[in-house]
Design a protein around this ligand. Structure first.
Ligand SMILES: Cc1ncc(COP(=O)(O)O)c(C=O)c1O
Length: 406
């Protein structure tokens, strides 16, 4: 229920939708660009973007046209047959990632499953037998998804609790502590490392460039796959197409999803040529992956990023936006600890629980997402304008400025 008008969705959720997401506070019914409206007609600036998904905002005319036209032409055929958009999107991703091959799927967790299966196949290639080389080193506070592989790669009690036993072979080491990764990566038994370039759910924690470079060197020296999870920070969000590009490293394989479809579910893994043939016919697949409609949504996103130079704009516009956000620390040093992240992936790190702050911001007309129990995460669409960035700062200043310390 919102305001005075009845909200049937609220009742339907209360009665029939499982409670794994708690009780969502509002019903969103419409979006345009960076703005969404709830069932009571209230307007919000959407700086959650469906958790880094709506890369080109809501109802972008080019995206809508491309997806609508494709929906009237061919929606699904399975991977028993070729479809034109999948081939085209694979080519576009290879063009951005480097020589290699792509497998499509439907979500971020599924993309990481693909990387973890690639790691197993590499382990067999490396050791000559199954089961001898299955180690995967991940970062503390990482988040890689809710499937069994994803949970196993996510060293967080709140994610794993109740679902054990999980997959074996995972070792967690502190992010940005290269010496710890040096100890954790074993030349014989480690098949891969898996790292988010900027941890999203863990609290917007960027991997240092020197750390990523150091891990890449360790991987090369020990024949270990250097796997990068760009599911949240990729597709232009940080002002480069992939966030790892800032560090100048070259992953062996990349998981992507979220922003790639601009709101339509799609995921993908890219694998460098040296590893792409580890998957042979029959070794991996999914019914829906890379369907013509999903692949067209992906193509539409890439076309918009190019035509509107959005990745470059994120890089430019975020400089002054970050500077304005950092002023929040001076405004309320008792509340705001620091502002971190890159481009349009920012964590306003608090000294207090971010949940009530996220709720107050929503009340004030700004959607954001909590991260890691420490930060208010801001993930505007990549086409959010300077005026919208300024409006978000104004709401943050008002809400934080008036915040009563407990
Ligand atoms: C870095 C990262 N990896 C994996 C996932 C899982 O993606 P999905 O929710 O699409 O399964 C997420 C989702 O938040 C993520 O941020």
């Amino acid at each position: 229920m919102n305001g005075a008008s009845p909200d049937p969705a609220a009742q339907a959720y209360a009665d029939n939708v499982a409670r794994n997401y708690g009780a969502p506070p509002i019903t969103l019914v419409k979006g345009q660009g960076t703005v969404v409206w709830d069932a009571a007609g209230k307007r919000y600036l959407d700086f959650a973007s469906g958790i880094a998904v709506n890369a080109v905002g809501h109802a972008h005319p080019h995206w809508v046209r491309r997806v609508s036209e494709q929906a009237g032409k061919l929606v699904h055929v399975s991977n028993l047959y070729r479809n034109e958009p999948q081939g085209e999107l694979a080519g576009a991703l290879v063009g951005r990632c480097g020589p290699g091959r792509v497998i499509f799927c439907n979500s971020g967790a599924e993309a990481n499953e693909g990387l973890l299966k690639l790691a197993r196949l590499h382990g067999v290639r490396k050791s000559g037998s199954e089961g001898a080389c299955i180690g995967v080193v991940v970062a503390e506070k990482a988040f890689h998804g809710r499937t069994f592989g994803g949970m196993s790669a996510t060293p967080q009690e709140k994610i794993q609790k109740g679902f054990r036993p999980l997959l074996t072979g995972f070792t967690a080491a502190p992010l940005n502590d290269l010496a710890a990764w040096d100890r954790a990566i074993d030349a014989q038994t480690t098949a891969a490392v898996l790292i988010e370039t900027i941890q999203g759910e863990g609290g917007v924690n960027p991997a240092d460039h020197a750390f990523l470079q150091g891990v890449e060197r360790l991987c090369r020296a020990r024949n270990v796959l250097f796997l990068i999870d760009e599911i949240q920070c990729g597709i232009g969000r940080t002002g480069r197409f992939f966030a790892y590009e800032h560090a100048g490293v070259r992953p062996d394989a990349i998981a992507m999803a979220k922003g790639l479809g601009g709101g339509f579910p799609i995921g993908a893994i890219w694998m460098a040529s040296a590893h792409a043939d580890l998957f042979q016919p029959g070794s991996h697949g999914t019914t829906f992956g890379g369907g013509p409609l999903a692949a067209t949504a992906g193509l539409a996103v890439l076309e918009i990023l190019e035509a509107e130079k959005l990745v470059e704009k994120v890089a430019e516009r975020s400089v002054s936006w970050h500077a304005r956000l950092r002023e929040l620390v001076a405004l309320r040093p008792d509340l705001v600890k620091e502002v971190r992240g890159a481009g349009y992936m920012v964590g306003v790190v608090l000294h207090v629980d971010p949940l009530p702050v996220v709720a107050a911001l929503r009340e004030a007309g700004l959607l954001s997402a909590p991260a890691g129990g420490v930060a208010v995460r801001l993930l505007p669409p990549l086409n959010a304008s300077p005026e919208e960035l300024a409006e978000a700062v104004a709401i943050l200043r008002r809400v934080l400025g008036e915040w009563k310390a407990a």
